[in-house]
Design a protein around this ligand. Structure first.
Ligand SMILES: NC(=O)c1ccc[n+]([C@@H]2O[C@H](COP(=O)([O-])OP(=O)(O)OC[C@H]3O[C@@H](n4cnc5c(N)ncnc54)[C@H](O)[C@@H]3O)[C@@H](O)[C@H]2O)c1
Ligand SMILES: O=C/C=C/C=C(\O)C(=O)O
Length: 494
């Protein structure tokens, strides 16, 4: 079923600490708003500093309990059971995710929820099949020693998440953290607390020991986010969100010399050569620009098109943009809202800035007319600009909305320089049918991930992350083990 009709969802969203749900000890709450309607649909119970400390203490204690004593095989069995239980309750997760984000049900049912389960299954496999390292070493007395590495859980991991793919991005970290034997305290985005809370029920249903998985609700600075990153019993922090927030978290992590893994913002370029298969490029880039209403860290916000193809590309992308129906929930072409009124205003600020800086608005640029229940939703029009200089604000700053600037180029060297001229380095896409050029240009992109003739095609075993202001470290497959375990070398003299 891929209709957008809402089903009832729980309207009290609680913290999950030591295996039990609870309100905040200071009695503070905040509203849970459905961005598709602008209506308040629930109450979130904010964790106090004492609640966060309880969650961290529960996570620390769990390391010494049954969880810490399990064999890898026992842990893997539980993690696979978590995946199966998410799948069994897929409709509940779907309702929760759609209520929090307003995204189309078909997006959540094809991307967010299946990935929530896959993230557990894949890391269960990785840990079950993890190879080891060993060296035989000559010793001064003419004998030998054997060196071998063992990987140990790092301890209590703080997992701080954004609102754009709440379950997917949270489990992308919780999956490997648990597979490696850690315990976690999750701080979901204040805008999308539901699926993290619901996952607590899954943990209890499969018999996950108490304290292995904990959730605290609240905001960033001066609230649960900062309480968590400041807690000295947190051993490492994994974070997905804005670059500025990453900088604030890194300062907290410096106290106690804690490790961080950061997946941050992007200003991702697409390069479309004149020999590209235009159908493929339009299909891929219309998803890359507009999927999830442009609220995808991997999304494209700058498209460089080789001059002979420029006009035709703009014409076809315009049709693709106009095919989306912001606010028409129930229509298969429904384009969801932005995540909040605040984010909508930020995106509209960029729409105004683009015009101020001389853009031609090819399509969109405003707020769609939406009627009925959704009149109060936070919708904007899908938007394309041409005529922008490379240093225009909307070509340089991350917007996180359904929009992009299209800019012509004349040579391969020129476009490589333009694409790389950014502080960010998350991903890029290259569109060409020339195989040599595809490899050459992809390797020249200063990014963590480069797609050729496709976008967001994910193999969860591959390294994922960004360079520059887009992040620190790589997660995915065995790369996640680098962050979620501590490697110890054991040297045995024979
Ligand atoms: N690189 C990636 O993989 C990736 C994936 C998704 C989103 N993102 C980025 O996320 C951003 C959008 O998400 P967002 O607006 O939720 O990001 P955000 O940085 O505003 O918030 C993310 C989380 O951090 C918390 N937080 C905020 N300030 C904090 C502080 N001082 N201490 C501790 N926690 C704090 C928030 O409460 C939230 O849970 C975009 O920049 C996007 O590019 C990156
Ligand atoms: O919005 C960003 C989406 C990121 C996707 C992943 O981190 C992933 O697919 O693992």
């Amino acid at each position: 079923m891929t209709t957008n009709s809402p089903r009832p969802v729980a309207d009290h969203i609680l913290n999950f600490i030591g295996g039990s749900y609870r309100k905040g000890s200071q009695g503070k709450t905040f509203d849970n708003v459905n961005p598709a309607t602008g209506q308040t649909i629930g109450t979130v119970y904010e964790a106090s500093e004492a609640d966060v400390a309880d969650a961290v203490a529960a996570a620390k204690a769990a390391l010494d309990g049954p969880w810490g004593k399990m064999t890898t095989a026992e842990r893997v069995k539980l993690i696979v059971a978590v995946a199966a239980e998410i799948e069994r309750r897929a409709d509940d997760f779907l309702d929760a995710e759609v209520a929090d984000t307003g995204k189309p049900r078909h997006v959540a049912s094809h991307i967010d929820i299946p990935r929530g389960a896959a993230n557990f299954r894949m890391f269960a496999d990785v840990i079950a099949t993890m190879p080891g390292e060993s060296f035989t070493t000559p010793t001064p007395d003419g004998g030998q020693a054997i060196n071998y590495a063992v990987r140990k859980a790092k301890g209590v991991i703080a997992v701080i998440c954004p609102w754009n793919f709440p379950l997917l991005l949270m489990t992308w970290k919780v999956g490997p953290a648990l597979a490696c034997g850690n315990t976690v305290v999750v701080k979901p985005s204040e805008e999308t607390p539901r699926t993290a809370a619901l996952l607590g029920e899954v943990m209890n249903a499969v018999g996950m020991p108490q304290g292995v998985y904990n959730v605290v609700h609240g905001f960033g600075g001066g609230s649960a986010g900062e309480f968590l990153t400041s807690n000295k019993d947190v051993d490492a922090i994994t974070f997905t969100g804005e670059t500025g927030t990453g900088q604030a978290i890194m300062q907290k992590a410096a106290v106690g010399v804690r490790d961080v893994s950061f997946e941050l913002g992007g200003k991702n370029a697409a390069i479309v050569f004149a020999d590209a298969d235009l159908d493929k490029a339009i299909e891929g880039l219309s998803r890359s620009v507009f999927l999830n209403t442009g609220q995808v860290c991997l999304g494209t916000e700058r498209v460089y098109v080789e001059r002979p193809l420029f006009d035709e590309f703009v014409r076809r992308m315009t049709l693709a943009a106009q095919a989306f129906k912001p606010g028409s929930m129930g229509d298969p072409a429904y384009l969801g809202p932005l995540s909040s009124a605040e984010h909508r205003d930020k995106v509209l600020g960029y729409y105004a800035k683009a015009v101020e800086e001389g853009a031609t608005v090819v399509t969109g640029g405003g707020v769609p007319k939406v009627e009925g229940d959704q009149a109060g939703g936070f919708y904007v029009e899908p938007t394309l600009w041409t005529g922008l200089a490379h240093d225009a604000t909307v070509i340089r700053e991350e917007i996180f909305g359904p929009c992009c600037g299209v800019i012509p180029f004349d040579s391969e060297d020129e476009v490589i320089a333009l694409a790389n001229d950014t502080d960010y380095g998350l991903c890029a896409t290259v569109w060409t049918e020339n195989v040599s050029r595809a490899h050459r240009v992809a390797a020249a992109m200063q990014v963590g991930v480069c797609w050729v003739n496709c976008w967001f095609l994910r193999d969860l075993r591959t390294a994922f992350g960004g360079s520059g202001h887009s992040g620190i470290g790589r997660e995915g497959g065995v790369h996640s083990l680098e962050f979620y375990t501590e490697t110890a070398n054991i040297c045995v003299k024979l």
